[in-house]
Ligand binder design. Sequence first.
Ligand SMILES: [Cu+2]
Length: 352
Amino acid sequence: MSKTSAVLASLAGAALVAAHGHVSHIIVNGVYYRNYDPTSDWYNPNPPTVIGWTAAQQDNGFVEPNNFGTSDIICHKSAAPGGGHATVKAGDKISIVWTPEWPESHIGPVIDYLAACNGDCEKVNKESLRWFKIDGAGYNSQTGSWAADDLRKNGNSWLVQIPSDLKAGNYVLRHEIIALHGAGSPNGAQAYPQCINLQVTGGGSNSPSGVPGTSLYKATDPGILFNPYTSNINYPVPGPALIAGAVSSIPQSVSVATQTASATPPGGSAPATTTAATSTGRSSSSSSSARTTTTLVTVTTQSPSSTITAGPTGGASQSKYGQCGGSGWTGPTACAAGSTCSVLNPWYHQCV
Ligand SMILES: [Cu+2]
């Protein structure tokens, strides 16, 4: 190891305590869908129905390689299906947004998989899912950047395209960052899988075969046990091969939400969307004609019970990393001591 590499490695070691992350929301055709929030929903006795899977990720943490053979790698620790789904068209691009800001030290690949549910994803047995890889970006030697760098520079978001020939049906999208800053040592890589339920409409007849989540990676795979602090990086993205016709990543850009929608429960009709009160200065462009636009009336999504602690002034306040504002938010806007409400975007303000 060169002196420079050693310095970089020790800096990375210091960053191990940095906040990690989870996916806060997705944006499809300008429509914002809230994801499961492991840092607040976990503690909420009456959490909102969302498209994202529930997981024991209160620490914003990761799955370690020694557990890549267990069900925790499928959709994160102790994961269970989300109670609803988002409806997208085959060929749609989905912006997947992480919070808090992805740590710069946490270099590594960004990978996306789909698995058909053959029924409602809300009730699927995760062990039965067979995952096929629709994109997977590692290190770009042209730009000298890792996919996780590109994600961070792209507003902490990653743009994924659903294959346009995919057979219509219900799928789980498994989006994942693998952080490699410690991956030069055994069990040092960090996997951050995030699962979201999608109903895909349109499409064609393509139904790729896949592998069980527990077979995606092994702790000793060359893309898992890998020292990224070398001068000539030649990184093999781990996991199965991309499906035919897929690319490692599509061109990245930031998506802007102009509407919000709630998750559709199984068998439910298309969600009502709420046009954002805040103008972004952009035209709202192509939102799906299948969605109905309506005005949000009154929605009380949670009772002010155990997740909400009394603030210094006696009013209700949100716990750290919980939501504290944004279009349509009816919960507390004050943050618990030690955190302040930060505007991530017009639809999501967070106590950080
Ligand atoms: Cu970390």
